[in-house]
Write a protein that binds this ligand. Structure first.
Ligand code: ATP
Ligand code: MG
Length: 344
């Protein structure tokens, strides 16, 4: 069937916004496409990072995805650095990538301006070529690539690069070798994943819940304990209007907390309105707390199970890596041939 892939940064920490707004929906796509989830550890070294943390964060992230519902009978999970084809294909593609294209990438410009030229590794510049190789080795056999808003420019570069390689190396010569209709790569189409709700910060109903917000009080992490969750909700920002309501622009916090309640209980908006209309914060907050804790409980239990069994995760990642390697090697071999290498 059609293949689809999701690259995930090895951050090891995910909040309710990431989960309800994105991850849950991505995972649901495993029922439609044969999906490969991969932890992009090679991307994680493009900015200064902690070598003591990388492997733990990689494992934690893989375990969290599994705990959130990745079903390994339908989908694979692997670690980017376990599949050498990523880097190998990147080298081949980088020879066909004009430097000007990379210099124009907004993320590179922003991040390198912040850090200063002497502190920025070349990998930060060439990172989009690695991303292109992630995408193209899978899209060889599929048509879609899910991307977030912030990665659109990089996907556009991937599309241009695929066309350029098809043009440079996929012409007549390629046809003689029996390639598919002269094209080396399928030019991937963006698949904008179905977006879920936008979850806002607990300390400011007008800004989104975010990993990088300095205060941990502003978000609920999937692995927060009951006490931590209860404490965060106790201290979260509210207002002094009577009753509770959705969609009042003067009450963004109220709207957010009701929305979170709706999402974690899977109730309809109407049901929540009827239930909570006459409540005050003193009655609603404990209700919300229990609902969030109940919703996260099975994820946390599953996560603990996965982490307590040292071989379970290793086996899944090993299986994922061999699956991805077999897909990637087909692509890689085609590219080597098209570029005229002597094959062994
Ligand atoms: P950062 O602050 O470092 O940008 P983040 O919390 O925004 O971190 P990302 O890793 O940028 O997290 O995003 C991962 C996914 O979660 C993306 O698809 C993004 O759109 C989604 N997402 C992030 N924050 C929210 C939120 N508050 N509500 C809904 N979806 C969100
Ligand atoms: Mg973000």
């Amino acid at each position: 069937g059609e293949k689809n892939s999701f690259g995930v940064q090895p951050t090891g920490s995910i909040h309710l916004g990431n989960y309800l707004g994105a991850i849950k929906n991505w995972i649901d796509l495993q029922n439609t496409y044969e999906t490969l989830f991969f932890i992009v550890d090679l991307h994680a070294i493009t900015l200064p990072y902690d070598t003591q943390q990388l492997s733990k964060a990689t494992k934690d992230t893989a375990a969290l995805y599994l705990a959130c519902g990745v079903d390994t009978s339908k989908a694979s999970v692997f670690v980017q650095s376990h599949v050498r084809a990523h880097v190998e294909l990147m080298w081949l593609l980088s020879s066909a990538t004009p430097i000007g294209w990379l210099n124009r990438m907004i993320q590179f410009k922003e991040k390198s301006r912040k850090a200063g030229d002497e502190n920025v590794g070349v990998a930060l510049l060439t990172y989009p070529v690695l991303m292109a190789s992630d995408i193209l080795f899978i899209s060889m056999q599929s048509d879609f690539v899910p991307v977030g808003e912030d990665q659109k420019q990089h996907l556009e570069l991937t599309r241009e690069l695929a066309e350029r390689v098809n043009y440079l190396y996929g012409g007549r010569k390629w046809k003689k070798l029996g390639g598919r209709g002269g094209a080396i790569f399928k030019v991937p189409e963006p698949l904008i994943p179905p977006t879920g709700a936008r979850v806002m910060s607990l300390t400011d109903g007008l800004s989104k819940m975010s990993k990088s917000a300095p205060s941990d009080q502003s978000r609920i992490n999937l692995l927060d304990s009951k006490d931590v969750i209860s404490n965060k909700i106790k201290r979260c920002k509210t207002d002094s209007f009577p009753g509770l309501e959705f969609d009042n622009p003067e009450r963004p916090e109220c709207n957010n907390l009701l929305s979170i309640y709706q999402l974690v209980t899977s109730k309809t908006k109407q049901e929540v309105v009827e239930e909570c209309l006459d409540m005050n914060w003193g009655t609603f907050k404990p209700l919300l707390t229990d609902a969030v804790i109940d919703h996260l409980h099975p994820i946390q239990v599953r996560y603990a199970e996965i982490m307590s069994d040292t071989t379970y995760l290793d086996n899944i990642l090993a299986e994922g890596a061999s699956k991805a390697t077999s897909i990637a090697d087909v692509t890689l071999n085609n590219v080597y041939q098209a570029m005229g290498f002597l094959r062994r």
